[in-house]
Design a protein around this ligand. Structure first.
Ligand SMILES: [Zn+2]
Ligand SMILES: [Zn+2]
Length: 102
């Protein structure tokens, strides 16, 4: 994760919004989940973005542009969740389900 203020104000502290933290009876941290992703810059209060997510999103966009772009790709079978390297074969070797490269 690499948070950045949307105003680039130079602040270095951020607060996660909407995160629900689970505690046990003694107040010990157990788990958390993000009900809705969102961060704010504590310096200026502007929304902050996780720059660490950007490369993954750009990759997803590039992958969505067309199958000609991809020669080989590892994808998860939607049926049995086996990691399959597709390229020549377009069906899951485990369960035979057809695989789609988006
Ligand atoms: Zn800021
Ligand atoms: Zn499968």
């Amino acid at each position: 994760m690499q948070l950045a203020c949307s105003r680039s104000c130079g602040g270095s502290l951020y607060r996660a919004l909407f995160a629900e933290v689970d505690l046990d009876a003694d107040g010990v941290y157990q788990d958390h989940r993000v009900a809705q992703p969102g961060y704010i810059c504590l310096n200026c209060g502007a929304p902050a973005f996780d720059l660490g997510l950007v490369p993954a999103e750009m990759e997803a966009e590039a992958a969505a542009e067309g199958p000609t772009f991809i020669e080989k790709a590892d994808i998860l079978c939607p049926v049995c969740e086996t990691l399959v390297q597709v390229g020549d074969e377009m069906e899951c070797p485990n369960c035979g389900a057809p695989l789609e490269v988006a």
